[in-house]
Design a protein around this ligand. Structure first.
Ligand code: NZQ
Ligand code: ZN
Length: 386
C-alpha cells in the first residue's frame, strides 16, 4: 500500500427522520443562507421539514440552482451572501446544490476579483464559509467530500475545484428522501456511485487487499440493491444501503493508499459541458471504451473484479477482463442507461477532436493512473464511444 494521510471532518447524521436534527447542528447566532435547486424539495416535504427545524434561526433563501450548477446563478447567490452578511450556508439538495454551495463557501472568502479563477487556476480552498448539507439524492458523495464541479454555459466549460476547507461541517442523510426521486435520477445515482468506485479501483494491483475489498463490497452492494431501489424507492432497507454506498464510494476512504484513475470523469465532464448529458450517463458512455482502450494496463484488476464482483470463474485473465467490461455495460443498460454517445445526440461528429484539443489547451497531458493518457488517446477513446 502507498503511504497516505486521511482526514475527513464531516459529521454524518444518518437515518430515518434525522432532518429534525438540523436545529442541533447550526449555531444559534448564524445568519444562514438556505440553498436549493429547482423546487423538488417544496413538493416532497423536505423543505417543510427543514423550515420547521430552523424555526428559531435567521434564514434567507436562495432557490433555483440548476442541475450542473451554473456559475452565473451562483454569482447571484454570492451577491445575496455579501448583501445579507451571511455567515453559514445550508445546501438542501443533490450533488448540484451541494457543489454549488461549496463554490459559494470558497467564493465568499476569496480575495481575488473573479471567483471563476478558483476553477481555472486550480486554487485549493484552505478555508471556506462553514456549511452543512441535507442530502436529497444519493449519487455523488459530495455530502462527505471536499470536491465540487461547476458549469459555465457561456463558455461550455465544466471544471472541478476543492480543497481541505470545503468539507461540509455536517451532512444529514435520511434515506427516506429517495421516495420522490424520479427513476431516471435513481439510475443516475447508482451509475455515478458505481463509476466512482471503478475510478479508484480499476487501475493495477498493488496488493492493497483491504482497499480492494472495500471497493468490491460497495460495488456488490450497489448491484444487489439496484433492482429494489428502482422498483420500490419506499423500500427503506434498500434505500439505506444505496445512500450509504454512494457516500462511501467517494468520501476519500477507498482511494487512500492506492492508484486512482479519474479519466472517465474528466472526459465525461466535457460531454456534459458540450451536450448537457446527465453526469452519470456520460460515465456510462466513456467507461466501456476507456477500459477497452486501456485493456492491457487494466486487465489484472478487470479480471479480479470479474471474479469477485460478477462471479466470472471461467477462462483466462483476458477472458475474465473482457467479461468484466461486458458485465459493467450490461449493468448500466439494465438500469436504463444508454452507453453510446450517439444514443444521446446525432451531433457527435468532431466531439473527440474537440475534447482532445480542450485537454491540450489546458495543458492536460497525462490522464489516468499512470498519467500517460495523452489528448490523442482521449480522442481515440471518445471515438470508440460514438
Ligand atoms: O433541482 P431539484 O428540483 O431539486 O431537482 C433535482 C434535479 O432535477 C432532482 N432531485 C434531487 N433530489 C430529489 C430530486 N427530485 C425528487 N426528489 C428528490 N429527493 O434530481 C435532479 C438532479 O439533481 P443533481 O443534484 O443535479 O444530481 P446529482 O446528485 O447526480 O449531482 C450531479 C452533479 O454533481 C457533480 C456532477 O458533475 C453534477 O454536476 N458531481 C459532483 C461530485 C462531487 N462533488 O464529489 C462528484 C461527481 O462525480 C460529480 O461530478
Ligand atoms: Zn461522478
Amino acid at each position: 500500500m502507498n503511504n497516505f494521510e486521511f482526514k475527513n471532518p464531516t459529521k454524518v447524521i444518518f437515518g430515518k427522520d434525522t432532518i429534525a436534527k438540523l436545529s442541533e447542528e447550526i449555531p444559534a447566532d448564524a445568519k444562514v443562507l438556505l440553498l436549493y435547486g429547482g423546487g423538488s424539495i417544496k413538493k416532497n416535504g423536505i423543505y417543510d421539514q427543514v423550515k420547521t427545524a430552523l424555526s428559531n434561526v435567521n434564514v434567507t433563501e436562495f432557490g433555483g440552482i440548476p442541475a450542473n450548477p451554473e456559475y452565473a446563478v451562483l454569482m447571484e447567490a454570492l451577491k445575496v451572501i455579501k448583501d445579507k452578511e451571511i455567515t453559514y450556508l445550508l445546501a438542501v439538495g443533490g450533488g448540484s446544490v451541494i457543489d454549488g454551495t461549496k463554490f459559494l463557501s470558497a467564493a465568499a472568502l476569496y480575495d481575488g476579483d473573479t471567483p471563476w479563477d478558483i476553477l481555472t487556476q486550480n486554487i485549493k480552498t484552505e478555508k471556506g464559509m462553514p456549511f452543512g448539507t441535507v442530502l436529497t439524492l444519493p449519487a455523488t458523495g459530495s455530502e462527505m467530500n471536499s470536491g465540487s464541479v461547476i458549469t459555465r454555459k457561456e463558455t461550455q466549460e465544466k471544471l472541478a475545484m476543492g480543497g481541505p476547507g470545503l468539507f461540509p461541517v455536517f451532512s444529514i442523510l435520511d434515506p427516506q428522501v429517495i421516495t420522490s426521486i424520479p427513476e431516471r435520477q435513481l439510475a443516475n445515482g447508482l451509475t455515478d456511485a458505481f463509476t466512482h468506485v471503478l475510478e479508484q479501483y480499476m487501475t493495477y494491483p498493488i496488493g492493497a487487499r483491504l482497499q480492494d475489498r472495500f471497493a468490491e463490497s460497495i460495488l456488490q452492494t450497489l448491484i444487489e440493491v439496484a433492482p429494489n431501489v428502482i422498483k420500490d424507492p419506499t423500500d427503506y432497507k434498500a434505500a439505506a444501503d444505496f445512500m450509504w454506498s454512494c457516500t462511501m464510494a467517494l468520501n476519500g476512504l477507498i482511494q487512500k493508499g492506492v492508484p486512482t484513475d479519474w479519466a472517465v470523469h474528466a472526459i465525461g465532464h466535457e460531454l456534459t459541458a458540450m451536450f448537457g448529458i446527465d453526469h452519470a450517463r456520460t460515465l456510462a458512455v466513456i467507461a466501456p471504451s476507456h477500459y477497452k482502450f486501456n485493456f492491457e494496463a487494466k486487465k489484472e484488476k478487470l479480471a479480479q473484479y470479474a471474479e469477485r464482483v460478477w462471479n466470472v470463474t471461467e477462462g483466462s485473465i483476458d477472458d475474465k477482463a473482457y467479461a468484466a467490461i461486458e458485465k459493467t455495460e450490461a449493468f448500466f443498460k439494465e438500469l436504463g442507461i444508454d452507453t453510446k454517445l450517439s444514443d444521446y445526440t446525432g451531433d457527435y461528429e468532431g466531439t473527440a477532436e474537440k475534447i482532445s484539443k480542450r485537454f491540450t489547451d489546458r495543458g492536460w497531458e497525462g490522464l489516468g493512473e499512470h498519467q500517460s493518457l495523452t489528448p490523442d488517446n482521449v480522442e481515440k477513446i471518445v471515438k470508440m464511444a460514438y
